[in-house]
Design a protein around this ligand. Structure first.
Ligand code: APR
Length: 308
């Protein structure tokens, strides 16, 4: 890839830019923020690590979008982060304004880009980016499921004292308290976790995964998680940049899949250079479908509050 831009040079954005550069996913990584000097300083500092880390990507910081022109992928992390006592939904109106203005400028300068939305509340911000950009649904994707699944995978690995590399999990639904971890599709080296962990303990791990974001907010107090969120976003960037047909849980615009319409919701998708190449439809149990529907209804209720 020629150019990947990250909008928002805060915790998530700068860590994502660093991971993208270190993986050499693009010739140029551009970091944009409204704060004067901050993206320039962080980008130069990052670029100065290149001789030691051994990457050839250029890292450039900017306040305006000219530097982002013709980006192949744009990761949107601009916006406010949560503080203790706040839900992701509390960020709704402030971040809608920010994501709207960011998207308008991204579209002007990079009309052919693929957008990965990270700002919260995630599924609603993905909707804002899609609506404002007018891009095809394949090219506006929300990051949530990989993060929620990663948390669940870690907790499973800790529970069984096994390598995280052998743990697979799938978390669907919106990126909120009503997310839907698919326990029967969660495995350790192919073995369903239901055969390895008691139902009671699985329930405790599911609850911890659901509350994974707030657990970090309560520790940090001044902001929210960023190491795992940036990893998750960059896994999506990598699948697109390397055209690798990865199957990953992402927030996608649904038009009838899983019986859901006109809403962003976390589902398994195939990601490649076109963005979302395909949405995979699993056969879910009635209980799982009900959970997914409730989660999607929560997203729809927030979309209805918007005036865009
Ligand atoms: N354009 C560009 N950058 C902006 C804009 C804008 N219009 N508005 C705010 N920003 C920048 C801020 O200046 C700040 O540097 O976005 C950055 C956000 O960084 P942090 O406050 O560190 O927040 P972070 O932890 O990175 O989270 C960003 O991602 O995970 C979500 O919930 C999280 O919505 C939040 C977003």
């Amino acid at each position: 890839m020629k150019k990947i831009t990250v909008i928002g040079g805060g915790n998530v954005g700068s860590t994502a830019a660093q991971r993208i550069a270190e993986k050499q996913l693009a010739q140029e990584v551009v970091l944009v923020d409204i704060l004067e000097g901050v993206p320039q300083g962080k980008a130069l500092d990052m670029w100065e690590s290149a001789p030691v880390e051994g990457f050839d990507s250029a890292v450039v910081g900017a306040n305006d979008y000219a530097a982002t022109a013709n980006s192949d992928i744009v990761v949107i992390t601009a916006g406010l982060a949560r503080k203790p006592g706040m839900s992701r939904d509390d960020l709704l109106l402030a971040n809608t304004k920010i994501v709207k203005s960011v998207t308008e400028q991204v579209v002007t300068h990079s009309p052919n880009s693929i957008l990965i939305v990270v700002s919260n509340p995630l599924d609603v911000m993905a909707y804002v980016a899609k609506k404002v950009s007018g891009f095809a649904k394949q090219r506006v994707i929300g990051m949530a499921g990989i993060l929620d699944s990663a948390r669940f995978r870690l907790f499973i690995a800790q529970e069984l004292n096994v390598s995280v590399r052998d743990v697979q999990a799938m978390v669907l639904g919106g990126h909120g308290d009503s997310m839907v971890p698919l326990v029967r599709y969660s495995t350790v080296a192919g073995i369903p976790i239901t055969e390895l962990i008691s139902a009671e303990r699985i329930e405790a791990l599911v609850t911890r995964a659901r509350n994974g974001g707030i657990e970090i907010v309560n520790f940090l107090k001044t902001g929210s998680a960023y190491y795992a969120p940036s990893s998750a976003a960059v896994e999506m960037v990598e699948a697109i940049a390397r055209n690798s047909n990865r199957v990953l849980p992402c927030s996608a615009w649904l038009e009838g899949e899983y019986g859901l319409n006109d809403v962003y919701c976390g589902v398994p998708v195939k990601l490649n250079a076109n963005g979302i190449e395909q949405i995979l439809e699993l056969k879910l149990t009635d209980e799982e479908i009900a959970g997914l529907k409730k989660s999607a209804d929560d997203v729809t209720a927030n979309i209805k509050k918007l005036d865009i």
